[in-house]
Design a protein around this ligand. Structure first.
Ligand SMILES: N[C@@H](CCC(=O)N[C@@H](CS)C(=O)NCC(=O)O)C(=O)O
Length: 205
């Protein structure tokens, strides 16, 4: 079995670093220097035509999109390690939150960043759209807050790669201006997830 993980520090790839650390499976790491535009090199584009990280190549098969990588890691290695539900309705719950992270919450965050980040040329930004997107992000965080009112983790009562992926993303958005203290259930859940030793190890790696 071979797993090659293409990553960049402080990018969407951190969720996969954390998952690989939780799973404790051997893998090879290849750093992609985004500033040097390694992602545009022909060899990399042949594996990931999107030119983005993360990318996981499993036995020669390239898998891009962090949510898809998480689903694949979960069903292939996570079930026997109690980090992903077996096939069935709990697994459907894990899929639901993985997709929600990238599409629903992630879409609102992408609009927020597009309209507020100094890295986007001013003429392409709109303060009004930025405010609308901020409100959308907060609505999504409110949905998560309600979901966590009576549960410690998203599916099946135990920590899973669905929690890991969403916590990794929520941690990122705390850095771009969304303090989680306003949502106490979410805040406590984020602390439960990110205090895991594998998270600490993945940040040090
Ligand atoms: N939807 C993708 C997003 C990946 C993504 O946007 N990666 C960024 C780093 S955070 C990237 O590689 N950017 C390089 C570029 O756009 O040139 C996923 O979840 O995997």
């Amino acid at each position: 079995m071979s797993l090659v993980f293409y990553y960049a520090p402080m990018s969407t790839a951190v969720t996969v670093s954390w998952a690989l650390e939780e799973l404790g499976i051997p893998y090879e790491k290849v750093e992609i220097d985004l500033k040097a535009r390694d992602q545009d090199k022909r060899g990399y584009r042949a594996l990931n035509p999107n030119g983005k990280v993360p990318l996981l190549v499993h036995d020669g098969v390239p898998i891009f999109e962090s949510a898809a990588i998480m689903m694949h890691l979960g069903e292939t290695f996570g079930v026997e390690r109690d980090l992903f539900p077996p096939p069935g309705l709990e697994r459907a719950g894990a899929f639901k939150w993985l997709v929600w992270t990238n599409v629903s919450l992630g879409g609102a965050v992408a609009r927020f960043l597009h309209n507020t980040s100094a890295q986007v040329p001013e003429e392409r930004r709109s303060a009004k759209e930025g405010e609308v997107a901020r409100a959308d992000v907060e609505t999504h965080l409110g949905i998560l807050e309600a979901e966590l009112a009576d549960k410690r983790f998203l599916v099946g009562g135990t920590f899973s790669l669905a929690d890991l992926h969403l916590a990794s993303f929520v941690r990122f958005i705390t850095i771009v201006g969304f303090a989680t203290e306003r949502w106490p259930n979410l805040h406590a859940w984020l602390e439960r997830c990110t205090s895991r030793p594998a998270h600490t190890r993945s940040r040090a790696a």
